[in-house]
Write a protein that binds this ligand. Structure first.
Ligand SMILES: NC(=O)c1ccc[n+]([C@@H]2O[C@H](COP(=O)([O-])OP(=O)(O)OC[C@H]3O[C@@H](n4cnc5c(N)ncnc54)[C@H](OP(=O)(O)O)[C@@H]3O)[C@@H](O)[C@H]2O)c1
Length: 223
């Protein structure tokens, strides 16, 4: 499959490597391909610059958001939460129409007292994306998982997914299982605020303990 990963941070890099390892074609989308590929230094979180990551992922091409989204059969959103509407606009809603959009994003606002929901997101990042691209088939996934554990996790947890399109959720489930996860479908797109809130709670735990090695799981459920 042709996978367009929109984003250049840790989530984008981990998922792009994962899709590549599983035999898919991958293109990264970014605002400014030249500037992004020139970045080699790690960021504050230790994520390598895209230029460094590309040295070990040479099959991946880097395009502007719109070209990447047009090319992709499946689109991964790995964008800073408060900027998802800007990213949809740059990608072009028509380039997302009819396609599975895997939404990994969270509306995080970092403050002195930990992490809270970004005030600029009225309900959830997923709903912002879905309103901006009404014909896209947006499914929440991966947002409750630290980036470095998204592919083949040591502890198999549950990916909480939600979205309005049943077939898209089935396609997402197939991908998530391929990546080593069980899947818990929590319902329609209007459940996304709660799924994103799970991530905010877990990130506050991680920030307080400096422990980013957890997975979310619903143990004991019938699978
Ligand atoms: N880090 C994690 O472990 C983790 C885990 C689960 C979920 N998440 C969520 O996944 C998403 C990605 O996280 P991340 O840590 O990989 O990266 P991030 O730093 O949150 O986001 C980086 C991406 O956001 C894009 N961006 C920033 N401002 C933009 C704007 N004005 N318009 C369009 N795009 C813009 C950047 O585009 P350029 O490439 O053009 O600079 C870049 O590709 C976030 O929503 C985060 O909350 C993160």
């Amino acid at each position: 499959m042709r996978i367009a990963v929109l984003g250049t941070g840790g989530v984008a890099q981990n998922l792009a490597s994962g899709f590549l390892a599983k035999g898919h074609e991958v293109v990264i989308g970014t605002r400014d391909p030249k500037a992004s590929t020139a970045r080699v230094a790690p960021d504050q979180m230790g994520t390598p610059g895209l230029g460094t990551w590309l040295k070990t992922n040479q099959k991946v091409k880097v395009h502007a958001f719109a070209d990447a989204a047009k090319w992709g059969e499946v689109i991964v959103f790995a964008i800073k939460g408060e900027q998802v509407a800007a990213a949809v606009k740059a990608a072009g809603p028509d380039h997302l129409a009819g396609k599975l959009v895997l939404d990994t994003t969270n509306p995080l606002e970092f403050g002195a007292n930990g992490i809270h929901k970004a005030k600029s997101i009225p309900d959830s990042c997923l709903q912002v994306i879905q309103r901006a691209a009404p014909k896209a088939k947006v499914v929440k996934a991966f947002n409750c998982t630290p980036g470095h554990l998204m592919v083949n996790p040591k502890n198999r947890g549950d990916q909480l997914i939600c979205g309005d399109d049943k077939a898209a959720k089935e396609q997402a489930t197939k991908i998530l299982k391929e990546f080593g996860w069980d899947v818990a479908d929590v319902g329609t797109a209007d459940k996304a605020p709660y799924v994103e809130a799970v991530s905010i709670a877990a990130c506050n735990y991680a920030l307080a303990t400096n422990d980013w090695n957890w997975v979310v799981a619903l143990p004991g459920r019938n699978k």
